[in-house]
Design a protein around this ligand. Structure first.
Ligand SMILES: [Mg+2]
Length: 551
C-alpha cells in the first residue's frame, strides 16, 4: 500500500548527501521536504518558483477550450502513477476500470473515458512540467497542500507564508475563532505525548467509542474525557492522515513546536475525507467563506466549479446549504451562483447530472433545483418539505397562520434585542428583515468580538423561544434565522434518501456562534477556513471516490 510514498527518513536531512546527488534528484529533494521553507524563504526567486508553479499547474487543468474540456483534464488524480493512494487502497485496486457505482451506461463510459483522458493528459503534462513530475515524489495531499499555501501567499500579498495556521485567513477576515473540543483535546495531548502518539491514541479512543451503541457512547473513554465531542459517523484514520500531511510539513520532525489548532484541523479533515469517500452520496457546502469569499458571488473562474461538476458526474449529489434566503426570488439565488450555473450550461450537463444539484436557502426554508434551461427554480414545499411526517413536524412554524404569528413575534423580539445590543455597544447598524430572518449590519467597520458579543447575547436571550432558530455571527453581520442548517440537512437527506454517514457538510463556521455548527449531529463535517481549503479537500475527496468507485 502506498508504495513509494514513504521515503527514508534521512532523505534531505544530510546536506553532505544532498550535494552528491544529481541535479534532478536534488530538485526533487527540495520539492519533497523543502517546499514550506521555500515558500517561507527570503529569496524572491524561490518564491517565484514555489508560488507560481502550482498556480500554473492549476491553470493547466483549465485549457481555453471550454469547461467540458477543462474538466477532462482536471486533477489527474486517478492516474495510477505510483504516488500515494487513497487510504485503504492497494495499488492494484485502482488499475482495473470498473463502472461508476450508480451512473447510467452512457455516464459510466464518459467517466471512464474522462479518467483515461486524464491519464494521457497527465503524461503530457509531466513531460512539459518538470515540476509536476517531481511533485509525484510526494503524496497528493502534500501536492495539494503546497498549492493551497501558495495560493494563500499570493492572494494575501504576503511576502512569506508565516504559518500553516489560519493566520493569513485571520488577517483577511478579522478573527476566525478556533473552538472545537476534539481539536483542543488533541492539542492538549501534545503536552504529554509525541505527535504520533497523541493522534494514535485519539484514533484508538474514537474507534472504541464508535464501536459502542450510540446510546452508550457517553460512557466511552473519549466521551468521558471530551463530553462535548459531538457525534461521529466514521472512525477516523488519524495516524494515516498525519503521515500524509507530514509529507508536506514534517510535523513529526518538529521537536519544539507542536502541531497547532489549524494543523490538527487539517489532519482531522484529511482523515474525514478518506473515511467518507467510500460511501458518500451527498456533499453539501456552506456558501459564503466556503465556496467564495464572504459576501461575494460564484465567479466563473471559481476553482470549485470543476470540483462540484466532477462530484456530480461520479454520482454524488451536491447541495449548497446557505443562510442566504430570497423568498420567491429564484433570480436572486441565481445571481449568487451565476458562474456555477453558466458552467453547468456550457458543459451541457445532462438532466441526470443536473438533478444532482440543489440549493437550500435561508438555512432550511427554501429548496431550489436546476431546470432544463439551467436556471434555478423553487421545488414546491409539498414535494420536499411537507411530504414526510417527520419533516412536516419540524417545519410546524411554516405550516399554519398560528405558526406565522409565532414567527413574526419571534423576529420582533430578535430584532429588538439585536438593535438594543448594537446601540449598547455603540455600533451603528442597518436592520435587514426577511420572511424568516432578521439581522444587523454594521454601517462602518467594527470588531469581530463585538459581533460575537451580540450573537452570543442573542442566543442566550432567545434560548427559551418556541421557534427553532439560529443566531450567528456571519463575520460581517449578526443574524437570527428561523430554522437552522440541521433542519435543512436532515430534511434534504430525507428528501434525497441519504443518511448521515453518507453525507459530508463542508463549512467555515463551526464555532459556538457559527451557523454550520448545528449540522454536526446530522452528518459528517469538514471545517474549512477558506474557499481554497475547500478546493484542497474536494480534490482529495474526488480522487478517493474515483479510485474507489471507478478505477
Ligand atoms: Mg460561511
Amino acid at each position: 500500500m502506498r508504495a513509494g510514498q514513504r521515503q527514508p527518513p534521512s532523505r534531505g536531512d544530510d546536506p553532505g548527501t544532498k550535494k552528491k546527488k544529481k541535479p534532478a534528484a536534488a530538485r526533487r529533494e527540495r520539492d519533497a521536504l523543502g517546499e514550506v521553507l521555500r515558500v517561507m524563504g527570503d529569496s524572491a526567486t524561490a518564491r517565484a518558483s514555489s508560488v507560481e508553479a502550482p498556480l500554473d499547474e492549476e491553470r493547466a487543468d483549465k485549457p481555453a477550450g471550454g469547461r467540458g474540456a477543462r474538466r477532462g483534464t482536471a486533477d489527474g488524480n486517478n492516474d495510477g502513477d505510483g504516488g500515494s493512494d487513497a487510504f485503504g487502497m492497494e495499488d492494484g485496486e485502482k488499475k482495473t476500470p470498473t463502472p461508476a457505482y450508480d451512473a447510467s451506461g452512457a455516464e459510466k463510459e464518459r467517466v471512464v473515458k474522462r479518467a483515461t483522458e486524464r491519464k494521457s493528459s497527465d503524461v503530457e503534462r509531466s513531460q512539459d512540467w518538470s515540476e509536476a513530475a517531481q511533485a509525484r515524489e510526494v503524496g497528493r495531499a502534500a501536492q495539494y497542500m503546497r498549492d493551497l499555501i501558495s495560493r494563500q501567499v499570493k492572494s494575501n500579498n504576503l511576502s512569506r507564508a508565516g504559518s500553516l495556521a489560519d493566520s493569513t485567513v485571520l488577517r483577511r477576515k478579522g478573527r476566525l475563532k478556533e473552538q472545537d473540543p476534539f481539536i483542543e483535546f488533541i492539542v492538549d495531548l501534545f503536552k504529554t505525548h509525541e505527535t504520533e502518539e497523541a493522534l494514535a491514541k485519539a484514533e484508538k479512543w474514537l474507534d472504541a467509542a464508535i464501536a459502542m451503541p450510540p446510546t452508550k457512547r457517553r460512557f466511552a473513554n473519549i466521551y468521558r474525557q471530551v463530553p462535548k465531542l459531538g457525534y461521529f459517523f466514521h472512525a477516523l484514520p488519524l495516524s494515516k492522515a498525519l503521515a500524509e500531511y507530514d509529507e508536506f510539513c514534517a510535523l513529526t520532525k518538529r521537536k519544539y513546536v507542536r502541531p497547532n489548532f489549524a494543523e490538527v484541523r487539517h489532519i482531522i479533515n484529511i482523515a474525514q475525507v478518506h473515511a467518507s469517500a467510500r460511501e458518500v452520496k451527498l456533499v453539501t457546502f456552506d456558501a459564503d467563506g466556503t465556496l467564495y469569499a464572504d459576501g461575494k458571488h460564484f465567479e466563473e473562474d471559481n476553482q470549485m466549479i470543476d470540483k462540484i461538476i466532477q462530484l456530480m458526474e461520479v454520482g454524488v449529489h451536491v447541495a449548497i446549504v446557505t443562510a442566504a434566503g430570497y423568498p420567491g426570488d429564484a433570480k436572486k439565488f441565481e445571481q449568487r451562483l451565476r458562474g456555477l450555473l453558466d458552467s453547468f450550461k456550457s458543459a451541457r450537463l445532462s438532466a441526470d447530472v443536473r438533478k444532482r444539484f440543489h440549493v437550500m436557502g435561508g438555512e432550511c426554508n427554501y429548496l431550489l433545483e436546476v431546470n432544463d434551461e439551467y436556471e434555478l427554480e423553487f421545488v414546491p414545499n409539498e414535494k420536499w418539505r411537507d411530504v414526510d411526517s417527520m419533516t412536516r413536524e419540524m417545519y410546524w412554524f411554516a405550516q399554519s397562520e398560528e405558526g406565522r404569528k409565532k414567527v413574526d413575534a419571534f423576529l420582533d423580539r430578535a430584532e429588538k434585542f439585536l438593535t438594543d445590543e448594537a446601540e449598547h455597544l455603540q455600533i451603528d447598524v442597518d436592520v435587514m428583515r426577511k420572511e424568516y430572518a432578521v439581522g444587523v449590519l454594521p454601517r462602518s467597520g467594527t470588531v469581530y468580538e463585538n459581533l460575537e458579543e451580540i450573537s452570543i447575547g442573542a442566543m442566550i436571550e432567545l434560548s427559551d423561544a418556541e421557534v427553532p432558530y439560529c443566531a450567528f455571527n456571519g463575520g460581517n453581520d449578526v443574524f437570527v434565522d428561523v430554522g437552522n442548517k440541521n433542519i435543512g440537512l436532515v430534511t434534504l437527506m430525507k428528501f434525497l434518501g441519504y443518511e448521515g454517514h453518507q453525507t459530508l457538510h463542508v463549512g467555515d463556521r463551526f464555532t459556538s456562534t457559527g451557523n454550520d455548527t448545528k449540522v454536526r449531529d446530522a452528518c459528517s463535517i469538514l471545517w474549512v477556513a477558506s474557499p481554497d481549503e475547500t478546493t484542497f479537500f474536494m480534490r482529495l475527496l474526488y480522487r478517493d471516490i474515483v479510485n474507489m468507485r471507478v478505477l
